[in-house]
Design a protein around this ligand. Sequence first.
Ligand code: NAD
Ligand code: UD1
Length: 338
Amino acid sequence: MKILVTGGTGYIGSHTTLALLEAGYEVVVLDNLCNSSEAALHAVEAICAKSALLIRGDVCDRALLDRIFQEHAIDAVLHFAGLKAVGESVRKPLEYYQANVCGSITLCQAMAAAGVFRLVFSSSATVYGAPEHMPIREDFPTGTPTNPYGQSKLIIENVLHDLCAAQPRWSVALLRYFNPVGAHASGLMGEDPRGIPNNLVPYISQVAVGSLNELSIFGDDYPTVDGTGVRDYIHVVDLADGHLKALQTISGGSGINVWNLGTGDGYSVRQVVHAFEQASGRPVPYRVEPRRAGDIAECWADPSKAEQELGWTATRNLQEMMADTWRWQSSHPKGYLE
Ligand code: NAD
Ligand code: UD1
């Protein structure tokens, strides 16, 4: 089977491309490289001795998409391409709606024209807003995202629900990721954020490697185990495996399905810092700062629907997530540039 992976040179897309190649799929990657490097696919090739075909281009480019579907017998699409920085989305809403919403709609139009109706979409736990209870199940109501990034994910989910209701030939998976972290165990691939990281684990690892001075902990007065925010961190290799399971499952059916991809365990910022210090043997100096606008106290998944319906569970624990992050970061202090 041949799979189109949009955003396949990015963090999650590259790990999933590796998993697809290892499982025997052929992979065509479409990426405009606005937040990634071709080097990610060189690492994929070094690990599995197979390669994906990279097409540089924009997911909003309908003519390019039509050409790709004409030239390749694509069976399904895994759609990772998009912009993901929450703060930037507040400053540049049009760019976010264009890349995320228009990109997804253009992709679906091109898929339909080519007779391809299987789609796995990268959604986010952000669509739940601030739920009253934990753990979060897929049937919890979606919330009101506080930023254009979150809005764009919810809009795309709604578009895909409407599309599947109107045209039953579609078979769509909405995968709501919790907090993806970690790196491939080889140390050859990992997260390579441009500029100063927004997310906790890349920030911690850049402090540990000496690229940044200290971590700011955003608030220690939440009603949580130690006052700091609690999240469900999931290893990116487990996440990639979840995509393969979702792809296999939707290939035999039709309609739309929502699955949480998380571990079901929540860890506080302080617990993550401690685990990282243990894994790296390096201190992670920090300072407590006020809460970050838009953050919720805690967020973790009930992953049992994915376990029952996909036969998938996350198997890597927090120590492995931190050890793999450190292996990648310490051998590539400047990301794929080194
Ligand atoms: P990433 O930025 O590493 O990967 C996204 C890729 O898409 C990049 O390679 C980028 O160059 C490419 N891209 C962006 N706009 C494009 C466009 N218009 N045309 C073609 N390519 C384009 O991000 P990631 O962490 O791998 O995330 C992948 C997906 O998962 C995104 O949709 C993101 O919103 C979603 N997601 C990520 C997280 C997370 O914490 N990383 C959490 C929930 C959901
Ligand atoms: C963030 C986004 C979310 C997005 C997800 C994945 C916000 C408000 N939410 O989730 O929409 O889907 O990333 O891209 O940006 N923290 C610190 N110091 C830091 C960074 C983070 O203390 O330097 C804390 C946060 O307050 C939070 C936890 O660490 O409690 C995790 O933060 P982060 O990694 O940014 O993920 P989320 O906020 O869960």
